[in-house]
Design a protein around this ligand. Structure first.
Ligand SMILES: [Zn+2]
Length: 63
């Protein structure tokens, strides 16, 4: 099942969507994106918590 995290849930206005086969893959892509696009040197515990809570099943994968 594909999991995804919409960056807009954390960073309003950003249309990046990270997808992966599991949460850790999504988190890895999100961390890379946050680093390069949002200039976040590291994901803080607080941001990671919010990011993990925002991960959901990708639309279409359950159909
Ligand atoms: Zn973003």
């Amino acid at each position: 099942m594909t999991r995804e995290l919409r960056c807009a849930d954390l960073m309003p206005g950003c249309n990046f969507v990270a997808q992966g086969n599991d949460d850790s893959e999504v988190m890895k892509k999100t961390a890379e994106h946050a680093k390069s696009v949002h200039r976040m040197a590291a994901i803080s515990m607080d941001v990671e918590k919010k990011a993990r809570a925002a991960i959901r099943n990708a639309e279409g994968s359950a159909r």
